[in-house]
Design a protein. Structure first.
Length: 94
């Protein structure tokens, strides 16, 4: 298996782009009483870990919000993002 190295500048750039797009997504969540925060951006795997808060917690359609809204938007707008997952309760926020 080939190991791919990502330098700090690439990670910072990816993280910055993710955070910029998240700011576009958040108002739609906030309009329904929810919100989201980014916990981690893994440049090697392309996985972004997020926390949903407010009305999103326990909402029966939060999985659709995560996959059809947040993930689809991030994957389409940020090169390098392949997947979005929910954080474990112990994960910190960026």
């Amino acid at each position: 298996m080939t190991q791919v190295l990502v330098d700090a500048q690439d990670l910072d750039s990816l993280q910055t782009r993710v955070l910029q797009v998240v700011e576009i997504i958040r108002p739609a969540l906030q309009a329904d009483g929810g919100d989201m925060y980014v916990n981690h951006v893994d440049a090697l795997s392309g996985v972004v870990t997020v926390t949903l808060t407010g009305a999103c917690v326990g909402c029966p359609v939060s999985h659709m919000t995560l996959k059809d809204g947040i993930e689809r938007t991030l994957v389409s707008r940020v090169d390098g993002v392949l997947k979005v997952v929910l954080a474990e309760k112990t994960d910190s926020v960026l």
